[in-house]
Design a protein around this ligand. Structure first.
Ligand SMILES: *Cc1c(COP(=O)(O)O)cnc(C)c1O
Length: 379
């Protein structure tokens, strides 16, 4: 089955009770048992709920995985992965990382004795150097936020296999439409379904997908034991969102390319970061591991003025000034004061997050209107 068909039908059956083509919202906490312990596979909705189960099979299908699990947020999905580890275990993570991921690693799990190393994975040697006998997990995010660096998943997976370390990939930015980390050798793929999978800025949710039965057992055990599960209504909304993922992503990619190329020729724009450019430092890797380049773009301004960047961020009409990404509507953000405001200036500038850096989540509106909006704001 190809991707669009899987997005609509993958892992889904008409409702067994009624034949309803759309998975019903099973808004129930418990299920009547015919005898003690005799039930239809559902006993209590923290452990399993039919709407959530349908979504979990659908997300597993689009990521080419066997097992899916959904969580109350992307962060709750990350929480589940780290809870598979024990005190003393070490994790190697990309250094250009979603801020909330960094925060849960450093401020929640470090005090339980898990050790985190943040390395620049553009050079695979840095990963090699950080591996020791305690290393249990490599955490990769690609493309990275907001610099749109591309990490070579296959190369990291090869190293992980050789050393017996698990590899988890945060696939939020690319989505399974553009890349499937399990096919490239990852053990676990993670999503903030809040973003492109949901796609309509109306749900907060996370997901994990894997192929290994042992990992799946742990994943479901922790999902049930820690209890950060998704509600039936939210599961329905994300199921509905995924049915148009391929159509939305196609448009996000087209609009992203138009805007990235237009920005590159604009006299007030300095650098444009988008992995589809032939001169992007990892374009070759992006071309190999992704099927398109998405709608996330960052750019800096000539003169690198903080004031100019702030004026631009509040000066658009169609692009809304907001956190988050991946919805149908276009968003504009200023990483230095918004998503990455807690990182010291010297630290963030090292990774390219300068004062004038602007991040766009390009939506699926008409590209002419998006470009006209940016043109006026830049002026
Ligand atoms: C938003 C995001 C997360 C966290 O997901 P929530 O749903 O906000 O908890 C993790 N990783 C990336 C790349 C994200 O963009």
């Amino acid at each position: 089955m190809k991707f669009g068909t899987k997005a609509i039908h993958g892992g889904l059956e008409p409702d067994s009770a009624t034949g309803a083509i759309m998975t019903p919202i099973y808004q129930t906490s418990t299920y009547v048992q015919e005898g003690i312990g005799v039930h239809k596979g559902y006993a209590y909705s923290r452990s399993a709920n039919p709407t959530r189960s349908a979504l979990e099979s659908n997300i597993a299908a689009i990521e080419n995985g066997q097992y899916g699990a959904c969580f109350a947020s992307g962060i709750a999905a990350i929480d589940c992965v780290i809870k598979m580890l024990n005190p003393g275990d070490e994790v190697i993570s990309t250094d250009d990382l979603y801020g909330g991921t960094y925060r849960i690693f450093k401020t929640i799990f470090e005090k339980y004795g898990i050790v985190f190393h943040f390395v620049d994975m553009l050079d695979i040697q840095n990963v090699k150097n950080a591996i020791n006998e305690n290393t249990k997990l490599i955490w990769v995010e690609t493309p990275t936020n907001p610099m749109m660096n591309i990490i070579d998943i296959e190369a990291v997976a090869k190293l992980a296999k050789e050393t017996g370390v698990l590899l988890a990939v945060d696939n939020t930015f690319a989505t399974p439409y553009l890349q499937n980390p399990l096919d490239q050798g990852a053990d676990i793929v993670m999503h903030s379904a809040t973003k492109y999978l949901g796609g309509h800025s109306d749900v907060v949710m996370g997901a994990l997908v894997c192929n290994d039965e042992g990992i799946a057992k742990e994943m479901y055990r922790i999902q049930n034991s820690s209890g950060a599960v998704t509600a039936p209504m939210d599961s329905f909304l994300v199921l509905r969102g995924i049915k148009t993922l391929h159509v939305r992503m196609q448009r996000h990619c087209e609009n992203g390319e138009k805007i990235a190329r237009w920005l590159k020729t604009h006299p007030k724009v300095d650098k444009v970061y988008w992995p589809g450019f032939e001169d992007h430092p990892n374009h070759a890797v992006a071309k190999r591991q992704m099927r398109g380049y998405g709608g996330m773009i960052s750019f800096s301004l000539k003169g690198n003025s903080l004031e100019d960047a702030k004026k631009l961020a509040v000066g658009t009409n169609v692009f809304a000034l907001a956190e988050s990404l991946g919805g149908v509507e276009s968003l504009i953000g200023h990483p230095a004061t918004m998503t990455h405001g807690s990182i010291p200036k010297a630290e963030r500038e090292k990774t390219g997050i300068v004062d004038s850096l602007i991040r766009l989540s390009v939506g699926i509106e008409d590209p002419e209107d998006l470009i006209a909006d940016l043109e006026v704001a830049l002026r």
